[in-house]
Design a protein around this ligand. Structure first.
Ligand code: SF4
Length: 404
């Protein structure tokens, strides 16, 4: 969207006070995300827009895709809605609202990045996890052509980005064949000037030997994998419409760790799915203690309108779902803290991001931005620098370091 808007001659600003139009790009994956999106629109409407005729609020992304005209009828604070599939037309919408013409010959650019930039390799999903709204909202899977990704990645690197993070609802399905993601990893990993390449959201059946080989043999690729497993209890996985199971996942982790010893692993889990028993939750917690993921995101199951899971029998009260998620989170956090503490005494290269609560911080290759822990630094460091540190302590998932 940034690229298409700047290509039409509009200038990007990060501060609403410097803007005539604010675009709120929304998530609508689960109810909590919808509420957060609506809050963001309402906050801007009351604080920034406040009755001004020259300030315009545009809502883009999954929320307008999911709720369509119902949303337009309910959220009068917004001046325009642009669903996912119409994002290419955002510049025309802005032109109409502001009366500013669309330029024919402007140069596309993106919002200035820090040390890290995300690169979206695909959109949509062809899987059918029964709890998930993504296929309803974003449609079937479509890969971004490799040439476009290489051009975008090169542009970002030329502007000082040091780490690229590949994202997509299912990166392992890139190009719809088993060679797609491994080849993309090799190609992007060889970009001159790129220091770190990270791959997120690789489904368990997408972790092929070919992918592991490509990752292990490309020096810029972080030895890091985010493999969403969601659960391990066979009945729950079946009801979720997902494959795998305890044994299959443990084998998979062995294979990954053999290919890249010391690799940092992340997963996501859902607790409180309809029909889940207390034994299933214990089973999941026990599994986490053996699997030893470095990081885990644990979500409370959210029944979403339009998904098959929302009509399943055996739904659990919210308080129970919440308690189960907490139990699983506690198990994951205990392992995560233990794994982090085991890094005390090691030397690591850290990419400096922003300060965390006033303390300069960065991440080592085993930490993804925004979702995992950070490395706290003991002195000033330039954002985007890669510095050598020694780990001297840990606080939960975070590592405390001193400069070497
Ligand atoms: S793979 Fe991910 S995006 Fe696709 S249906 Fe399952 S949970 Fe949703």
């Amino acid at each position: 969207m940034s690229a298409s808007v700047t290509a039409a001659g509009f200038e990007l600003a990060l501060d609403p006070e410097e803007s005539d139009v604010v675009v709120v790009n929304t998530c609508a994956f689960i109810e909590d995300a919808v509420e957060e999106s609506i809050d963001a629109v309402m906050d801007l409407a009351t604080a920034w827009k406040a009755g001004s005729d020259s300030r315009h609020l545009v809502v883009t992304g999954c929320m307008p895709s999911r709720y369509g005209v119902d949303l337009e009828g309910a959220l009068h604070e917004a001046d325009a809605f642009v669903p996912v599939k119409q994002e290419g037309g955002l510049a025309d919408v802005i032109s109409k609202l502001t009366g500013a013409p669309v330029a024919a010959d402007a140069v596309a650019s993106r919002i200035p990045e820090g040390a890290t930039a995300y690169l979206s390799v695909s959109d949509g999903c062809d899987r059918a996890c029964t709890f998930c709204t993504i296929p309803l909202i974003r449609g079937s899977y479509a890969s971004v052509p490799e040439g476009r990704l290489v051009a975008e990645a090169s542009d970002l690197v030329s502007r000082g980005v040091r780490e690229l993070v590949l994202v997509g609802q299912d990166t392992s399905a890139y190009r719809d064949d088993a060679t797609g993601l491994p080849e993309l990893v090799r190609t992007l990993g060889a970009l001159p000037g790129l220091d770190w390449l990270r791959v997120m959201y690789v489904q368990p059946d997408g972790v092929t030997d070919r992918l592991l080989e490509a990752m292990a043999s490309t020096s810029s690729v972080c030895h890091y994998l985010d493999i969403p497993i969601q659960h391990v209890a066979p009945d729950v996985l079946r009801a979720m419409g997902r494959g795998g199971g305890e044994e299959a996942f443990l084998d998979l982790l062995d294979r990954v760790r053999a290919a890249m010893p010391g690799i940092s692993l992340r997963t996501t889990l859902i607790a409180g799915f309809p029909g889940e028993t207390e034994h299933d939750v214990e089973h999941l917690a026990e599994f986490l203690r053996s699997a030893r993921f470095d990081h885990a995101g644990v979500f409370v199951y959210s029944p979403e309108e339009g998904t098959p899971a929302a009509t399943l029998e055996g739904s659990l009260p919210y308080a129970e779902r919440l308690a189960r998620a907490q139990l699983v989170r506690d198990a994951a956090d205990a392992v995560g803290a233990d794994v982090a503490a085991a890094r005390i005494g090691t030397a690591l290269d850290v990419l400096v991001d922003e300060a965390e609560d006033g303390v300069p911080a960065g991440r080592w290759r085993g930490q993804a931005p925004e979702v995992d822990g950070v490395v706290l630094l003991d002195g000033r460091a330039e954002v985007r620098a890669i510095v050598k540190v020694r780990i001297v302590d840990s606080i939960g998932y975070d590592l405390v370091s001193e400069a070497v």
